[in-house]
Design a protein around this ligand. Structure first.
Ligand code: UDP
Length: 465
């Protein structure tokens, strides 16, 4: 077995290892980004990469000439795709891929390709159990990438206990009850959505844990110093399994762009260059899926305007539910002239790293949370669903790098929150803590740092297959 060290030429460049890794991301932005970042890291260490991707949210091979791409029929009915419901899309994909058929055929033909390095394994998103089954049937080992936090996966593992102990399904009267088995979480922070079918959610989470248990390694986009207790808990529960914290992957990957499904408006970087340095500007973005109604958009617009702070705001075309294009109120442009910019999609990692940016109003998707921490930025948190509530809780109660803007979105509350983050003592403390976390990120990425060691271990594991 070649070790990870043997893969190096000694001059920092890597020689080909003669093996190939297949990757199959779940086709959503927050899952595609870390999977392609991981693929990029593996590629830079000498492994060839084949990306399997779906028609739904298809990737653009031209943006990644270093990888081979294979389109796989996803079986998602048009009405389910149009619904935008993540859970329904996951279930539809799995249902279509469960049977012997297109996915197994696609995998078999990739494995049979002549002139390519031998495939060592397939990396799947944890939500793609059906793909894992197809790979297993062909004798191809799998590894699982979790694109959310260790706390989130630990919560998945605890789901049966959470039901047994009466925390779930959630009761309105218990939302603020601490979950003493999973501190610092409260019932409202657990992974559930008030609008989703609870049984369906339970099934999806159980399938994700099954995929992780069947795999040769569980790789999580987090780092040891950020979630030590949560990683320990997972390692204890998955007794004997290889659990590797390799994040933040966007900091290890050489390509920060290239996996965006929407066109990035790079004019915002030029605009940021014209703004004063010294962390004065607020970046506002709610990720790729979170949405609001038209009245909330108005409140956000006037809250930001009335705060007097400079800001860069991402207003996706589909940010407002039920409308094609998100209309800003009359008079808004004039009110914020010279100190704001509104765009439809940002090169977010570059924005967060810009010296003029000093805070992030976020929905707390895990990638956004980790990207903010990596740049030492404090956060205003406005979670909506899935793991976002849990990430918010960690930001506020475990790491002290931000606070939640809770309840109805109202302009005066928004104005107050922006001032608190950007000007008040609470914001200063959160910024200091965020800077401390940034140092921990830097340590885990240094030579001998925990995430680099985890990547070495992963490469060794891949080469042993
Ligand atoms: N993102 C981006 N431009 C934007 C907003 C988001 O590139 O204007 C990226 C962001 O950097 C992150 C991903 O989209 O990597 C969103 O993932 P996250 O887990 O934060 O949230 P989700 O979209 O899955 O809810």
């Amino acid at each position: 077995m070649a070790s990870a060290q043997e893969a190096s030429n000694g001059d920092g460049r890597r020689r080909p290892l003669g093996r190939r890794v297949l990757v199959f991301p779940l086709p959503f932005q927050g899952h595609i980004n870390p999977m392609l970042q991981l693929a990029d890291v593996l590629h830079s260490r000498g492994l060839a990469i084949t990306v399997l991707h779906t028609r739904f949210n298809a990737l653009d091979p031209a943006l990644h000439p270093q990888f081979t791409f294979v389109a796989v029929p996803d079986g998602i009915p048009a009405d389910v795709a149009a619904s935008g419901s993540v859970i329904s899309i996951i279930l539809a994909m799995n249902a279509a891929m469960e049977e012997p058929g297109p996915v197994r055929d696609a995998l078999a033909s990739v494995l049979g390709e002549k002139g390519k390095p031998t495939a060592a394994c397939l990396f799947i998103d944890a939500n793609l159990l059906a793909v894992q089954k197809a790979a297993t049937a062909l004798g191809l080992p799998t590894m699982v990438l979790r694109s959310a936090s260790a706390a989130c996966f630990s919560c998945f593992l605890a789901y049966p206990m959470l039901h047994q102990n009466g925390y779930l399904p959630p009761k309105e009267s218990q939302l603020y009850t601490p979950v003493k088995e999973l501190p610092p979480l409260r019932v409202r922070d657990l992974f559930f959505s008030s609008s989703s079918n609870h049984e369906m959610m339970r099934k999806v989470l159980a399938r994700a844990t099954e995929a992780a248990m069947n795999s040769k390694a569980l790789v999580i986009n987090t780092f040891d110093a950020l979630e030590p207790a949560e990683l320990d808990r997972i390692r204890r529960e998955l007794d004997g399994a290889v659990v590797l914290a390799v994040g933040p992957l966007h900091k290890l990957s050489t390509r920060s762009t290239g996996s965006s499904l929407l066109r990035e408006d790079r004019s915002c970087i030029e605009w940021l260059d014209t703004q004063p340095t010294g962390s004065v500007l607020l970046y506002v973005s709610f990720g790729s899926l979170a949405s609001m109604d038209a009245a909330e958009l108005l409140e956000v617009a006037w809250g930001l305007a009335n705060s007097g702070q400079p800001f860069l705001w991402v207003v996706r075309r589909d940010l407002v539910r039920g409308s094609d294009g998100s209309e800003l109120p009359e008079g808004f442009g004039l009110a914020v002239e010279g100190r704001s910019k509104v765009i439809q999609w940002a090169p977010q990692q570059e924005v967060l790293a810009h010296p003029s940016v000093g805070g992030f109003w976020t929905h707390n998707g895990w990638n956004s949370t980790l990207e903010s921490i990596s740049e030492g930025l404090p956060m205003i948190c406005r979670p909506q669903f899935a793991d976002q509530m849990m990430n918010t809780r960690y930001v506020e109660a475990a790491w002290g790098v931000g606070f939640e803007l809770e309840g109805e979105l109202k302009r005066n509350k928004i104005e107050e929150a922006v001032r608190k983050l950007m000007k008040d003592a609470k914001g200063v403390v959160a910024r200091e803590r965020a800077q401390e976390l940034k140092k921990k990120v830097e340590s885990c990425l240094e030579s001998g740092g925990s995430s680099l060691l985890a990547i070495d271990k992963l490469i060794g594991q891949i080469l042993s297959l």
